[in-house]
Design a protein. Structure first.
Length: 301
C-alpha cells in the first residue's frame, strides 16, 4: 500500500517522533506506523514537493530533524516527477486517438531525489555512496560539516497564487456557460510543452487540434488523471468567490493532487481534503485528514 503524507502531516509525525507530542494517540501512531513500514505492508514515499518544502525551513536543526523522520519512514522511496507523470498521461490519452502513439510505462514509485525530480541518477563514485548522498539531501552530513539544503525562492508559488487570485477577475469577463471551455483552454495551454514533445516524437499530424476537435481535446484532458483533477479544483475555485488563495496551493495541487491520482491513501489538511471530495469527485487514493485513519484502513496492522 502506498501512503502519501502531506508536508504538514510529516511535520506532525516528526513532532510525535521527537517527543513534542507525547499523547497516547501520538505514541500509538508512531508504534503502528513503524510496524507497518518495517513489515513492508506500507510504503510512504516522498515527492519533489517534500524536498522543496523541507529546504525552506529556516532552522538547519529543524530541517535535519524533519528530514531524519522523512528518511526513516520513506526508506528512500519517492514518487515520479510531476512532468514525467503528465507526459505519461498525455501519451496514454493521445494513444486513444492516434494509434501511432505508444506510451512508455510509468514507473511511479522509485528511489531517491533523482527519481522525484526526474533527473539522472548518480553515477561513478557517487553511485557507490548513493544511500548516504540521498540521506544527506534531507538530513545533512555532520562528517562533512554539511547542513541539509536550504533555499527561499517562492517564485513559482507566487505565480500560481496570482493565477488563482486572477480567476475571479477573469471569470467576470465571460458568460457563465463559457467558464468550462475557458478552464479546458487553460489546462490545454498548461500541457503545451509535453504536447509539442509527444507530437514530434510520434510524428503526429500538424493539424492535430483540428482532427481532435473541441470534444476530442476535452476527452484528452479528461483522460489525464492529474489534468482532470486540476479541472475539478479550478471549478471549486470559481464556485467560491471567497476563496483565499494561499502560497502553499501549488504544493497542494502538485503534491497531494498527483498522489491522490496514484497512491492508495493520501493524508492531508482538511482544506485540501474538502476540495478533493466536493461534487462527488472520485480519486484513486482514499483521502484522509488523520494519521490514525491509516491503520483503520489497514485493519489495525
Amino acid at each position: 500500500m502506498i501512503v502519501y503524507l502531506d508536508q504538514n502531516k510529516w511535520i506532525e509525525l516528526a513532532k510525535m517522533v521527537n517527543g513534542k507530542d507525547n499523547s497516547i494517540r501520538a505514541k500509538n501512531v508512531v508504534r503502528d506506523l513503524e510496524a507497518a513500514v518495517e513489515s513492508g505492508h506500507v510504503v510512504i514515499p516522498l515527492s519533489a514537493i517534500h524536498y522543496m518544502e523541507t529546504a525552506r525551513v529556516k532552522s538547519a536543526s529543524l530541517r535535519s530533524k524533519l528530514g531524519a523522520v522523512m528518511w526513516h519512514y520513506s526508506k528512500g522511496y519517492t514518487i515520479a516527477a510531476y512532468p514525467l507523470v503528465v507526459r505519461h498521461e498525455l501519451e496514454v490519452a493521445l494513444s486513444k486517438h492516434f494509434p501511432e502513439v505508444h506510451p512508455k510505462p510509468l514507473q511511479f514509485l522509485g528511489r531517491g531525489s533523482s527519481h522525484a525530480f526526474g533527473i539522472s541518477a548518480p553515477t561513478g563514485l557517487l553511485s557507490l555512496i548513493e544511500e548516504e548522498v540521498e540521506r544527506s539531501m534531507l538530513v545533512g552530513n555532520k562528517k562533512l560539516n554539511m547542513e541539509p539544503p536550504f533555499f527561499q525562492s517562492r517564485k513559482y508559488q507566487e505565480n500560481f497564487k496570482s493565477h488563482l487570485v486572477s480567476l475571479h477577475t477573469r471569470k467576470k469577463e465571460l458568460e457563465k456557460e463559457k467558464w468550462e471551455n475557458w478552464l479546458y483552454a487553460i489546462l490545454t495551454v498548461d500541457i503545451a510543452k509535453p504536447l509539442h514533445e509527444v507530437s514530434l516524437q510520434f510524428s503526429l499530424p500538424e493539424d492535430l487540434f483540428d482532427r481532435l476537435g473541441e470534444q476530442g481535446m476535452k476527452s484528452v484532458i479528461n483522460d489525464m488523471p492529474t489534468r482532470h483533477l486540476d479541472l475539478h479544483l479550478h471549478k471549486q475555485i470559481l464556485r467560491n468567490p471567497n476563496y483565499a488563495a494561499k502560497i502553499t496551493d501549488l504544493e497542494d495541487w502538485t503534491g497531494v493532487g498527483v498522489a491522490s491520482c496514484y497512491c492508495d491513501v493520501v493524508v492531508c489538511e482538511k482544506h485540501m481534503a474538502d476540495m478533493l471530495r466536493r461534487d462527488g469527485f472520485k480519486t484513486k487514493g482514499r483521502i484522509e485528514t488523520d494519521l490514525e485513519k491509516i491503520f483503520v484502513i489497514l485493519g489495525g496492522t
